[in-house]
Design a protein around this ligand. Structure first.
Ligand code: F6P
Length: 362
């Protein structure tokens, strides 16, 4: 029987548990054995009890739970070759040669590198007499399949990452709450949102809550933005609006690449006579139950991931499971990561035109 491992890695995201459940159950349904690797790459390096065989009932109730029930961690040891060799050994001892990883682009790139090194890691294990050649012989290739779990929705080649719609819903609920108190006092609120270098959460929250102004990394604020923002807010107030909501992505910048901070905006709004408060939503945005969309996405993608494992040949590049125009599709993992990096590099070089074209090309 084929043994398939599943793990979650990087920052947790609502829906990750749904993907673990789907991988476990689809593996069992396909006459394979399923193994959960606890605490991300840490579990792979530690081995033993951290790699646990899963049965159908072990993932009961996972679909509606937030966070990741099998844990996640940043693992320094896996960054080193020795750590990866130990991880390979632990996998072979458990008979696992396929891994489905739900995480962000960093976690997925790490996994693909592991697959590349796999044959040489096995050679080393035999050379160092940690395993015999008979033990490693049945495990010539490692299959890696990526699922993108991140609230940021920052991976190229997929319309939505697992977790982004739950986070968006949480942000909207929080802004609705801020709205009632803002309206009561006729105040202005500057709300800071997560997303790292990606403004998707902020842009969508801006549309979904009807905020007055937003700041996102992809569209750096141009010279004179302060006056422009105040003019728009003033107009809204003149039209009878009793509140002002400005949403700032944590990665927001101006055209000189200077960070735009919520407190800087607060100063400007206060200077214009608005009683202003700052609300940083923080990890509330990453917590709580997954929205229906993420339960659906993680389930469909988890099923597809197991199919991808079973159909893989030694020459198939590692796939990442994506959602494009409402269809679950496979894309080459490394291409998706490379495209994501190109956007970030273009922003770093102040080449916003290319960055926007690359984002649009997705
Ligand atoms: O990538 C998800 C994310 O929540 C980002 O939006 C945010 O910048 C970062 O992780 C926060 O990381 P940490 O949980 O390590 O503080």
């Amino acid at each position: 029987k084929r043994r398939i491992g599943v793990m979650t890695s990087g920052g947790d995201a609502p829906g990750m548990n749904g993907s673990v459940r789907a991988v476990v159950r689809m593996a069992l349904h396909s006459n394979c054995e399923a193994y959960a690797i606890y605490e991300g790459y840490d579990g792979l390096v530690k081995g033993g009890d951290m790699i646990k065989e899963m049965q159908w009932e072990d993932v009961r109730g996972f679909l509606s739970e937030g966070g990741t029930l099998i844990g996640t961690a940043r693992c320094m040891e896996f960054m080193q070759r020795d750590g990866r060799r130990t991880a390979a050994k632990n996998m072979i001892l458990k008979g696992i040669d396929a891994l489905v990883i739900c995480g962000g682009d960093g976690s997925l790139t790490g996994a693909d590198r592991f697959r590349d090194e796999w044959p040489s890691l096995l050679e080393e294990l035999v050379e160092k007499k940690e395993l015999t050649s008979e033990q490693v012989a049945p495990f010539k290739h490692l299959n890696i399949v990526g699922l993108v779990g991140s609230i940021d929705n920052d991976l190229s080649m997929t319309d939505a990452t697992i977790g982004c719609y739950s986070s968006l819903a949480r942000i909207c609920e929080a802004i609705d709450s801020v709205d009632t108190t803002a309206t009561s006092h006729q105040r202005a609120f500057v709300v800071e949102t997560m997303g790292r270098h990606c403004g998707w959460l902020t842009l969508m929250a801006g549309v979904a809550t009807g905020s007055d102004f937003i700041f996102i990394p992809e569209q750096p604020a141009k010279e004179g933005w302060e006056g422009n923002m105040l003019a728009i807010i003033h107009k809204h107030r003149q039209m009878g609006k009793r509140k002002t909501i400005v949403i700032v992505a944590e990665g927001a910048i101006d055209e000189h690449l200077n960070k735009i901070t919520p407190h800087q905006i607060k100063e400007i709004l206060s200077g214009a006579g608005l009683d202003t408060r700052v609300t940083t939503l923080g990890h509330v945005q990453r917590g709580g139950q997954p929205a229906a969309y993420d339960r659906m996405l993680s389930t469909l993608q988890g099923v597809e991931a197991v199919k991808a494992v079973l159909e893989a040949t030694p020459d198939t590049p590692s796939p990442v499971i994506c959602m494009i125009e409402n269809k679950i599709v496979r894309r080459p993992l490394l291409e998706a990561v490379a495209q994501t990096k190109k956007v970030a590099e273009a922003i770093e070089k102040k080449d916003f035109k290319t960055a926007m074209e690359l984002r649009d090309a997705e």
